[in-house]
Design a protein around this ligand. Structure first.
Ligand SMILES: [Zn+2]
Length: 180
């Protein structure tokens, strides 16, 4: 886990136009530059607070650049809802590592033409700027957005995930940024 200094980008990020949050706690955590894991019981109810980690400078810089793009973004999660491990695996979640973000796909169930345009604009921006911003993974599971998938070392599009695009990414773009 990154436990280094907090990027100044993070403190100012939440004030930028165009950013909204599904989870108010994520807003406060991003503002503080630190994230605290929520401990859940086996039924998924929150029963306490776990360890606190630092949001990496790379994630703060990426989100700051996104805020400057003019694309309105709703943040589904910085850490909210995520456990230590990627669901169904023993791999540590990039959200816990402070280098992951989930960006909402607008009206994923029934998008209007404007929603589709917005979602494609967000996907295209992420994919186009992936190397400059140190994005190592973009995961999205929607037919009209699948071309924007990216997995560093494996390429883009559906081929980026040879075993299939991970389930559960129908309503958001998952972004992983480089380790500090
Ligand atoms: Zn995610």
């Amino acid at each position: 886990m990154y436990t280094g200094p907090i990027s100044p980008d993070c403190a100012t990020l939440v004030e930028r136009a165009g950013f909204t949050f599904s989870n108010p706690n994520d807003r406060e955590q991003l503002r503080s530059g630190r994230i605290t894991r929520v401990i859940k019981d086996s039924a998924g109810s929150a029963i306490g607070q776990g360890e606190t980690y630092t949001i990496t400078p790379q994630l703060c810089a990426m989100l700051n650049a996104l805020a400057s793009s003019g694309i309105p973004v709703n943040m589904n999660s910085i850490i909210g809802g995520h456990d230590i491990h990627v669901a169904g695996t023993s791999r540590t979640s990039p959200h816990i590592q402070g280098r992951g973000a989930d960006l909402e796909i607008r009206n994923w169930r029934n998008p209007s033409a404007a929603d589709t345009e917005h979602n494609r604009r967000l996907g295209a921006w992420l994919h186009t700027n992936r190397e400059r911003l140190g994005i190592t993974q973009i995961i999205v599971n929607q037919p009209y957005l699948n071309e924007f998938n990216y997995n560093e070392g494996k390429g883009s599009g559906t081929a980026a995930f040879p075993n299939g695009i991970p389930a559960g990414h129908h309503n958001h773009f998952h972004i992983t940024t480089r380790r500090p």
